[in-house]
Structure formats: C-alpha cells, structure tokens
Design a protein around this ligand. Structure first.
Ligand SMILES: [Zn+2]
Length: 187
C-alpha cells in the first residue's frame, strides 16, 4: 500500500461537506462512503457516524490551515490527530506472496479510517510539506484536494473550477465561457 494514497481518505471524507451540502447526514450515507473500500467492512452505528463527522472537522481544519499558509498550524493539528489516534502498523502477506504495510486492521470503523487518513496526510507532508494541500477557491466548490504534480495550480481543485473562476473574473465583454469537463479522481 502506498501510504500517501491514504490521503485520499482524508480528501474524500472532508469533501462530504461543502457549502450548502452535507452528504454525510445518515448511516446510509456513511455506508455509501465506505462501500468498495476493503479496510472498512463491518457494521456501523450512530456513534460511528458522529465520530466520522467529528473526524471530518479535524481533517478539514488541517486543509484549511495548509491552504491559508499556516504550515505550522496544519502540522500541529495533524500531530494532535496522530497522538489521539495511534497507528498500529502491521506487515501483511497478500495472496500473491508480496508483503505490504497495513495499519489498524482492528478497531471501530472511525478509528481505522482516522488512522489511515492521518497516516496518509503524514506521508504526504513528509514527502512534500503542506504545499500540495489545498481547498478550492472556486465558489461554491470548496473541495479539499492535494495536487499530485509539482507546480500545479493549488488554488483550484480541477481544470473546471479554474476555468469557472477565470470566467467569473473576466469582464462581461470578454471571451465566451470555456466549458471543461470536471476532472474526477485526479484532483
Ligand atoms: Zn473546485
């Protein structure tokens, strides 16, 4: 497992809440978030939903701090989460005979989710600092994301949002709006 890819868990959870939208409003919504993710099978209850929503706020604050240039604040918040949510790494042999580093195979769904999301952000920051973490400035998007290539525009989550921001900033007599398909997944 590429540890940095666990940062996707942080992004996906944070983005269940955006301006005027809260997608994580009940247990079915939580089950939908966890579906197709192999590490999060098992029952979830109301307290798990509450814990996931609390975790979402903690993770969002890390992205907000990073996007505002508050490097020390972002790292302090992440370290607080890492202390609160201890990581239990384990080496696991897969069916194909290869060995992989897993973590927190046991515990509640929110604990497993928090451990992986925090470890993913820690690996990301270890490799690149907070420079790749961002919150989309395009209204009403506001999505959290991390850019995967150096030099990419960190202000917007996607080509579509960057184009929208440019269009709204352009004078009315300017060129017609450019419509670009939303770039899903690779934000
Ligand atoms: Zn956006």
């Amino acid at each position: 497992m590429d540890l940095a890819s666990y940062a996707d868990l942080a992004v996906d959870l944070v983005n269940t809440r955006r301006p005027h939208i809260d997608e994580l409003h009940d247990l079915d919504a939580l089950r939908a978030l966890l579906a197709d993710r192999p590490h999060f099978t098992g029952r979830v209850a109301r307290r798990d939903l509450d814990a996931m929503r609390e975790l979402r706020g903690l993770l969002r604050a890390i992205f907000e701090a990073a996007a505002d240039g508050g490097t020390d604040d972002a790292v302090r918040r992440l370290n607080t989460l890492l202390i609160r949510q201890p990581i239990h790494p384990q080496i696991v042999r897969h069916d194909d005979g290869t060995w992989h580093l897993h973590c927190n195979e046991h515990g509640s769904v929110p604990d497993r989710y928090a451990a992986r999301a925090a470890m993913g952000l820690a690996a990301e920051i270890d490799a690149h600092g907070v420079a790749r973490l961002g919150l989309c400035r395009s209204r009403p998007c506001g999505r959290a994301f991390y850019v995967r290539s150096p030099g990419a525009d960190r202000r917007y989550c996607s080509v579509r949002c960057a184009a929208r921001a440019r269009a709204s900033a352009a004078p009315r007599s300017g060129p017609p709006r450019v419509t670009v398909p939303h770039r899903d997944g690779g934000q």
